[in-house]
Write a protein that binds this ligand. Structure first.
Ligand code: ATP
Length: 437
């Protein structure tokens, strides 16, 4: 008999079926015994009465791999609305060790229990609610790709082993590379810009490494960035692209992953088709006035300000996502473009969503001479340094005006689902205290 999936048992009511999967839960009550089997489509209940069959499960623990042949019946109280009765049970892979955690109940995500959650991650991910997070993540990734492909972007992959710290900063992992020093990529910044010189519109969904010594709910040492870069673009076009990308991803995910989102009681974000734009100065002013904490003149947003302005945007502007513009040029990276009309500002933005920054973007300086000048002044870099010279080559031989952004996939998924910590939206999180599993 051919194997069917748990979700299809209901369609076979009245017929013989064969399912295969893991023992997810077992209740042996004597006369009537209930098993729950998990496969890639979900769960199905099996009711066994024959003692000889039940005997095969003696000592078998959750995780045992089984083949079940039996009769399918409609049963509204069972998962999937059906169950299998009078089963013939075959133990394919026996598991006699008791599972370290109960996977058929919601796992605790309380801050004090996160370490246990990650310590048992390998098994915990077999819990359906946990799986849902990563099905949503896969769906978000898929939706992002589809949208960018629809806008004529080409996907690329850049190396993560680099010769030196390209963007500067202390947050770089250094490693020994056959006797030379190498670093792990802290972003795909240079490569995505180089690729604009090739394909105009490019993106990469890629691992990113930061030696973040902090233990926050928004930082990890390894995360996934959606890196997007667009040639012949203007600043408003960048904002427009990112608004459309998020709107499209949210709509797709709510269309295709509703069941997973329901398991977390996720609320579909309220978004404007074009996200509202506030300048940093406006935010400082509003925040200071409303809270009494004076941030006027500060060159960045405080985490509490990010939360506050998101609440404000949701209530007053009808959007749970909001752009922040007019970042001080003094704080800009050397590849950022200074606003020619207002040279005290860089043409840069952050996107805040549900209380946290999820993306940073900017127009890039594309003029070779100006770029070399900014490199020296802002980063103390020499054009001939290994970390810069190949990047600069792209500019020497012609780069159009361009800009782009980097968006953290885990932060986006965390906020879409409504989780409290970025690590909950990460399969195997890496932070200052955790390198395994
Ligand atoms: P933050 O100010 O929150 O530390 P950042 O300004 O250093 O972030 P960028 O370098 O601009 O972040 O990176 C772009 C995006 O990548 C961020 O908006 C965020 O979504 C994500 N990101 C950055 N650093 C981390 C990190 N350590 N862990 C997880 N995601 C991150």
């Amino acid at each position: 008999m051919e194997r069917i999936l748990s979700s299809d048992v209901v369609k076979h009511a009245g017929k013989d079926v064969l399912v295969q999967g893991w023992l997810h839960k077992k209740r042996l009550l004597g006369g009537l015994n209930f098993l729950v089997i998990r496969d890639r489509a979900g769960l199905v209940q099996v009711v066994a009465e024959d003692e000889a069959e039940v005997e095969k499960l003696r000592g078998m623990q959750v995780g045992t791999v089984l083949t079940i042949e039996g009769q399918a019946f409609e049963e509204p109280r069972a998962p999937g609305g059906a169950e299998i009765r009078q089963p013939k049970i075959t133990v394919d892979v026996s598991v006699t060790d008791e599972s370290p955690i109960e996977i058929d109940k919601p796992l605790s995500h309380k801050p004090e229990n996160l370490d246990t959650l990650f310590e048992n991650r390998v098994i915990g991910l077999r819990n359906l609610q946990e799986q849902a997070i990563f099905k949503v993540q896969a769906a978000v990734e898929e939706a992002i790709r589809q949208y960018l492909f629809s806008q004529d972007f080409t996907e690329f992959n850049s190396p993560k082993l680099l010769p030196g710290a390209t963007e500067g900063g202390a947050e770089v992992f250094k490693l020994d590379y056959f006797g030379k020093q190498a670093t792990l990529a802290q972003s795909a910044q240079f490569y995505k810009q180089i690729m604009v010189g090739v394909f105009e519109r490019v993106f990469e969904v890629n691992p990113t490494y930061r030696a973040e010594p902090s233990a926050t709910t928004r930082h990890m040492t390894e995360f996934i960035t959606v890196d997007v870069e667009m040639g012949f673009a203007t600043f408003p076009e960048l904002l427009n692209l990112l608004s459309n990308l998020i709107n499209s991803a949210v709509a797709e995910v709510w269309k295709n992953s509703e069941n997973q989102l329901k398991l977390w009681d996720a609320k579909q974000p309220v978004l404007k088709s074009e996200f509202p734009v506030l300048t940093m100065a406006e935010i400082h002013e509003k925040y200071s006035k409303a809270t009494g904490t004076n941030t006027v003149g500060e060159k960045d947003l405080r985490p509490d300000e990010e939360r506050w302005i998101c609440d404000y945007a949701a209530k007053e502007l009808g959007s749970e996502a909001v752009f922040v513009t007019e970042w001080p040029a003094s704080e800009a990276k050397f590849y950022h473009k200074v606003d020619e009309q207002n040279p005290e500002f860089a043409e840069r933005f952050d996107l805040l969503f549900r209380g946290v920054e999820i993306a940073t973007g900017s127009m890039r300086e594309h003029r070779y001479d100006v770029l070399i000048d900014q490199l020296a002044k802002k980063a103390g870099g020499q054009p001939e340094d290994d970390g810069f010279r190949y990047f600069l080559m792209a500019f020497k031989y012609g780069m159009p005006p361009h800009g782009g952004f980097g968006m953290g996939l885990e932060r986006l998924v965390e906020k879409i689902i409504g989780l409290a910590n970025i690590k909950e939206a990460t399969l195997f999180p890496r932070d200052i205290n955790r390198l395994a599993p």
